[in-house]
Design a protein around this ligand. Structure first.
Ligand code: PMP
Length: 426
């Protein structure tokens, strides 16, 4: 595999941008080697600046549920762009997307569009604090909610603990307001609520935790969280930036039959354009400015081009039974890779989200149960797959995504490449 042009661009980029990238995981630090610079992409594949072609399982980290440059999405974007890129004033497309989101997502009576998942979460947490008049928040170890200060904290060891910042520059005083508990542990949750329940504004969780591998939760655990929130007057926030409009039209909320007070969205809701959103119960959303005292604003929020991409994406998914198709493709893919994984690891999967866990033991449901060797093995696996034209996320802790553009034949070919790669490195 020739990467001459990627290498040259990367050297130049490193002079100009920290780590040569605009988002850290793209720098390939976790797997080594040179980040591959995309030149163009269509459907399930992309071509790099050296002319190599890959089957893409990153799909821009989740937004591209219909594949790269899907015809209807591109046409909608072009049509909208021809009428102006941004107005900074209300437009019809935002009403249409708001209508769709509130119709599809359980308990979402009102929504506010922003420009990224991070922004959606920051605003939802502020709203929860404003609504309840409380300052502490609860999050789970291993869940990522974007890079807002209050959420960039991780657990100490053991029991419920106050967060310590996991980034320089996050004030300790702010991190101390964040209580961190492990996933999959009802007892730890009960202890945390017994200690802090009456001081918590919200508990935020990725109902499908997909930022430290794919740590699928038991429904009972999520139900317990919902019950404890209700008992203590704590708002439950589902961070559905990854799972929203991907695991089904109603996200994880519909899948598990648990309706959160607020939910945050990103990725699929923008179909590849920068869109995030938060929404939920009307009485809570009515606290947002200009109706209420919780301030939040955005110059490019709800711009017509981004709205058009999100709207076209959701329309195509609904009209073509996209979620059902993705479940079928996902199941077939899991079946195809199972024999090669036997004794070596697992493919953890929910619909079109998957994760290779390269350890023979049972896949974990909590962050501290991840086997460190699995990440080591992943480095070699990643490299072996790149050489076979299959592009997985450049980190053992990132999940992979299928799109409706990944054909059965392509997935069969990928499964064969995966089997060969596993044979070579494990
Ligand atoms: N929440 C979750 C669950 C995410 O996975 C991410 C990003 N991967 C975010 C929030 C932040 O979204 P963004 O990168 O759009 O700011």
């Amino acid at each position: 595999m020739r990467l001459v042009n990627s290498e040259a661009l990367y050297r130049k980029a490193c002079e100009l941008m920290p780590g040569g990238v605009n988002s850290p995981v793209r720098a390939f630090r976790a797997v080594g080697g040179t980040p591959i610079f995309y030149r163009e992409a269509a459907g399930s594949s992309f071509t790099d600046v050296d002319g190599n072609t890959y089957l893409d399982f990153v799909m821009s980290w989740g937004p591209l549920i219909l594949g790269h440059a899907q015809a209807r999405v591109v046409a909608a974007v072009q049509e909208a762009a021809s009428r102006g890129l941004s107005y900074g004033a209300p437009c019809e497309a935002e009403v249409a997307l708001a209508e769709k989101v509130t119709r599809l997502y359980p308990g979402c009576e009102m929504v506010r569009f922003v420009s990224s998942g991070t922004e959606a979460v920051m605003a939802a947490v502020r709203l929860a604090r404003g609504f309840t008049g409380r300052e502490r928040i609860l999050k789970f170890e291993g869940c990522y909610h974007g890079h807002g200060d209050a959420l960039l904290v991780k657990a100490g060891s053991g029991l419920a603990t106050f967060g310590t910042p996991s980034s320089a520059g996050v004030p300790a005083a702010l991190a101390a307001l964040t209580v961190v508990v492990p996933l999959d542990d009802e007892q730890a949750l009960e202890r945390a609520f017994a200690s802090y329940g009456r001081e918590l504004a919200c508990a935020i969780v990725e109902p499908v935790p997909a930022n430290a591998g794919l740590l699928l939760q038991r429904r009972e655990f999520l139900a317990k969280l919902a019950t404890l929130c209700k008992e203590h007057g704590v708002l439950l926030i589902f961070d559905e930036v990854i799972s929203g409009f991907r695991v089904g039209p109603g996200g994880a909320a519909a899948l598990y039959g648990i309706t959160p007070d607020l939910a945050t969205f990103g990725k699929v809701i923008g179909g590849g354009m920068p869109v995030g959103a938060y929404g939920g119960r009307r009485e809570i959303m009515e606290q947002v400015a200009p109706l209420g005292p919780v301030y939040q604003a955005g110059t490019l929020s709800g711009n017509p081009v981004a709205m058009a991409a999100g709207l076209a994406t959701l329309e195509v998914l609904e009209e073509t039974g996209g979620w059902q198709l993705l479940e079928e493709r996902g199941a077939a893919f899991a079946e195809a890779v199972a024999p090669a994984l036997a004794g070596r690891g697992s493919l953890v999967r929910l619909g079109s989200i998957f994760w290779f866990y390269l350890d023979p033991r049972e896949p974990p449901r909590r962050y501290d149960a991840l086997a460190p060797q699995a990440a080591e093995r992943y480095r070699a696996f990643h490299r072996a797959l790149l050489e076979r034209g299959v592009y997985l996320a450049p980190s053992a802790y990132e999940v992979g995504f299928l799109s409706t553009a990944h054909s059965e034949q392509e997935l069969e070919r990928a499964a064969a490449a995966i089997a060969a790669a596993l044979e070579e490195v494990l």
